[in-house]
Design a protein around this ligand. Structure first.
Ligand SMILES: [Zn+2]
Length: 540
């Protein structure tokens, strides 16, 4: 009889004293750009169980919550965890496992780096990447003589910076069965006075790739972890890997499950028969850190090597149109097959011809299927009325640093008229209402601050060209910030769980060294991600 009033009294007391809620972390004294719809700013937020539970404009939060971890960021700028909407995360990691030859000043330096790498990481097939004879005093292709002397019994394969040439030694040639009589279409086995020099261009490189050892499990794991460390260092908390096989997707999932990998991954499935058969049957695979619900398809090649498929011939190569990598009919068939599932189709399209082929295929199968958010990866050259296609919900997934990397020669390939719709990010945004921004690393550098700078300023680091490259297509800072956070999340069907600092979302955020929205534009490339959090956990 007497217990009931006691319980009521205790309850009442509880309310009256208004005890503070204990949470995992309070972040305060911050200049927070929340990236919520009306773009409000905040000073503080509370984090619990990996999620943001409340965001406030003033310090009232302290009256409601208490925490053992009080994170005073001393007025620094805080933005949502950065998402790279198009990159090659695993490939970045694999690149760390081979000899780095980027920036070598001579062939002697290449050899030195190979020798010392092999000493520290002995391998029975030496691989390297990044040499560029244009940086050397003697601007000629190297020959294999020195490599044969240094490594008579170990195969060596060193990739040129653009990935379109390979220097190999005799042992590698022997393994691949390449000799003076070998003929491979679509490339060259370079010879000097009738003898093989060791340089292979394009086509024949495949013969070497076929005999290279596949990375073993330890190497795969090391690659993923090293890529993660690089990404965290730059403030990335989610990466959209544009093309992974089932084996690596499953490895990522298992590493995430045991806490060995903490970065969130949006894994686009590579378009192979076995991948598609498995995943389209399986349906969407989603955990807190992994999302598998899209297929990556290659439409055409790249502009630099004149592989991009154009409607009219290249301006600097009469009669040459580039080519589709996946035939037009196959793209249509794939679109139909994927549209019948819940999967998203993300197709690489650089040239205006490839873009319209892809956009038409999308339009045909999505007519009565709203909100499928299919993406065009790169959407680099659009001509005629083809921008109209983006008004139907197709998302352009673009890489601003491609504009400032290609601007020196893109006009030669395309001519002035076609340039109007090239790297036209603002035009795409105006039509589509959203753009997802990325880098395509390791083709470009990992830093999202370079993306930000290229998007808003459209100049290189030397302020070239004056006034910016096709300035009409620069994005505002607000648009760019959304492009690397909320809109990238939207392109992944993840805007309910990430992409802004809001109650209920993952506590993924970055503390910056400078205010990215107000700092002088020339300082943007040098902004640092000082602290990085994934699910409330400090990862940098
Ligand atoms: Zn890519």
């Amino acid at each position: 009889m007497r217990t009931l009033p006691l319980v009521v009294a205790v309850l009442f007391l509880g309310v009256a004293c208004n005890p503070k809620q204990e949470v995992d972390m309070l972040v305060f004294n911050a200049n927070v750009y929340t990236v919520n719809d009306d773009f409000p700013k905040a000073c503080c937020f509370a984090v619990d169980n990996g999620k943001i539970i409340e965001v406030a404009e003033n310090a009232d939060l302290f009256e409601k919550y208490t925490s053992k971890i009080l994170r005073d960021v001393k007025g620094r700028t805080v933005i949502p965890g950065i998402i790279d909407a198009h990159c090659h995360f695993y490939r970045l990691g694999l690149n760390q496992q081979v000899v780095d030859l980027v920036g070598t000043q001579s062939y002697e330096e290449v050899l030195e780096r190979v020798v010392s790498f092999q000493k520290e990481n002995p391998s029975n097939f030496i691989q390297g990447r990044g040499w560029d004879q244009n940086d050397w005093e003697v601007k000629e292709f190297p020959t294999k003589a020195e490599l044969d002397e240094l490594f008579p019994n170990t195969p060596v394969a060193l990739r040129r910076v653009d990935g379109h040439a390979l220097l190999v030694n005799q042992k590698a040639l022997d393994l691949a069965g390449i000799d003076g009589t070998t003929r491979v279409p679509g490339g060259e086995i370079v010879k000097k006075e009738g003898k093989i020099t060791g340089v292979l261009v394009d086509g024949p490189m495949k013969l070497i790739a076929d005999v290279m050892p596949k990375p073993d499990r330890q190497t795969q794991i090391r690659a993923l972890k090293e890529a993660e460390a690089i990404c965290f260092d730059h403030g990335l908390t989610t990466v959209d890997d544009a093309g992974l096989d089932r084996e690596i997707i499953e490895l990522i999932d298992s590493l995430q499950h045991v806490g060995e990998l903490r970065i969130r991954v949006y894994a686009m499935v590579s378009n192979t028969p076995s991948n598609l058969e498995y995943y389209l049957e399986q349906g969407i695979l989603k955990t807190d850190r992994l999302n598998v619900r899209s297929v990556k398809v290659y439409g055409d090649g790249a502009l630099g090597s004149r592989g991009a498929a154009l409607k009219a011939p290249y301006s600097d190569k009469p009669g040459h149109f580039g080519a589709m990598v996946t035939p037009v009919s196959e793209i249509g068939a794939l679109a139909e097959r994927i549209a019948a599932t819940d999967y998203q189709m993300n197709t690489h399209a650089i040239g205006d011809s490839a873009n319209v082929v892809v956009l038409r295929a999308y339009e045909k199968v999505l007519a009565d299927k709203p909100d499928r958010r299919w993406r065009v990866e790169h959407a680099q050259i659009i001509t005629g009325n083809d921008f109209d296609y983006f008004e139907s919900g197709v998302i352009p997934s673009v890489q601003p640093t491609h504009a400032t990397s290609d601007m020196y020669w893109a006009g030669l390939r395309l001519g002035q008229q076609r340039m109007w719709g090239a790297y036209a990010f603002k035009t795409l945004l105006t039509r589509a209402g959203t753009v997802a921004l990325g880098t395509d690393f390791p083709v470009e550098k990992v830093s999202p601050f370079l993306t930000f700078y290229a998007a808003v300023d459209r100049q290189d680091l030397n302020n070239y060209p004056e006034g910016g490259f096709q300035r009409k297509d620069a994005l505002s800072r607000e648009e760019t910030l959304k492009g690397i956070t909320l809109w990238a999340a939207f392109s992944n069907f993840e805007e309910e769980e990430k992409g802004s600092i809001a109650a209920g979302k993952h506590a993924d955020f970055v503390v910056l060294s400078h205010d990215i929205m107000t700092v002088a534009v020339d300082s943007i490339p040098y902004i640092a991600a000082e602290q990085v959090y994934v699910g409330g956990e400090k990862v940098k």
